[in-house]
Ligand binder design. Sequence first.
Ligand SMILES: Cc1cc2nc3c(=O)[nH]c(=O)nc-3n(C[C@H](O)[C@H](O)[C@H](O)COP(=O)(O)OP(=O)(O)OC[C@H]3O[C@@H](n4cnc5c(N)ncnc54)[C@H](O)[C@@H]3O)c2cc1C
Length: 385
Amino acid sequence: MVQRTYDVLVIGEGISGLSAAHALAQAGLTTATLEAQLFGGLVLNVNELGPSADPARTVSGAEMASELMQANADLGVTSIQEAVTAIKNGGATAQVTTAAATYQARQVVLAAGAVDTPRLLLLSGIGPEDELARHGIPVVQVSPGVGRNLHDHLANGLLAAVDAETLYTAERVRHLLAWLVAGRGPLTSNVAEAAAFVRVGPDATAPDLELIFAPVLFEEEGTVPPSRDGVTVAAVLLQPRSAGEVRLSSADPLAPPEIDPRYLTDSDGHDARTLREGVRLARRVLAGNPLARHVTEELLPGADAVDDDALDAHLRARSQTLYHPVGTCCMGTDDDAVVTPDLRVRGVDGLRIVDASVIPALPRGHTNWPTVMVAERAAELMRAA
Ligand SMILES: Cc1cc2nc3c(=O)[nH]c(=O)nc-3n(C[C@H](O)[C@H](O)[C@H](O)COP(=O)(O)OP(=O)(O)OC[C@H]3O[C@@H](n4cnc5c(N)ncnc54)[C@H](O)[C@@H]3O)c2cc1C
């Protein structure tokens, strides 16, 4: 079994893990990142950053990769339980286990994202008592908020056929040539070409809805090629009141979690009401020139879907995530807060969370940069500690 020691171990090489690791390494801390790399097969990736006071203590990335390959490492981090118990028992270092290796560090940073960070905490015995008991996981630290308070941006696209050329034909040879030769044409499109942040709720004092325009039909959540020329105006609910949950499906670390977003379930119907108005606003946008001149037919929800009931049915059948989950390891000072305002896991020394899971409520914009801000602030706090 491989065993390595670092100043800081960062779990997850997403945007938060890399931002935090980079800042920590720049500050002179020997930092390793562990990544499960879900694309192209499950491969554990280990990267080391920063100077080491003791060169014998670390190995090169190549050596590490070779050791891990020999150990047939095909899993990401499966538990931080030993880290937690080691520290709680007064140990000086935390310990993290994967399928093939043991890593030690003075501080462990969880950056596995709003789904996997609560999953790892739960697998490690940190979470709501009832959820841990349901899977027979011994309690290390009761933390009622782990996995709860899931918030996500829900989007609904109005799709319309048009009589103009759209990105439907972007891959034609002449467009490829235009891009290669002159760097012009439809292949330079970022697809989501225009956005507007608007207020639709009667009491909204700031934007509660985003409209995103794409010169292409975004069908089946973008998983199929567009079927014809068309445009999409998507309405995005910026401040949802519905809250969901991430749970374990089993105590097996390889089992996928249960993600229950509970979209459109808030008791006063705020979320459905706001999105309905979003669809109506999208219609108004397409009904104005110059777009109206090109729209030949509303494909979804369809011109017949006018009243609240018809639009609600459409919202429930056709809305999709914008992939912005936050809040499942909420930062705060109340009993449900999983981390303190300085991002330490409550009741557990040496463990911080620096990813989107700590963001208590959705920002009115997208989540990437707010997550980077959390990670950079965490690195600052850790350097100062
Ligand atoms: C398709 C898509 C499009 C998006 N587009 C935008 C956009 O245009 N603008 C925007 O602002 N936001 C966008 N987002 C949201 C943005 O990507 C997220 O808010 C951001 O990535 C969150 O960062 P994070 O570090 O919390 O999690 P992530 O970036 O998801 O990083 C978590 C990392 O941890 C790794 N990991 C998980 N479990 C383990 C484990 N057990 N062991 C080791 N590693 C593990 C994962 O493989 C992953 O690399 C998009 C998201 C998606 C999915």
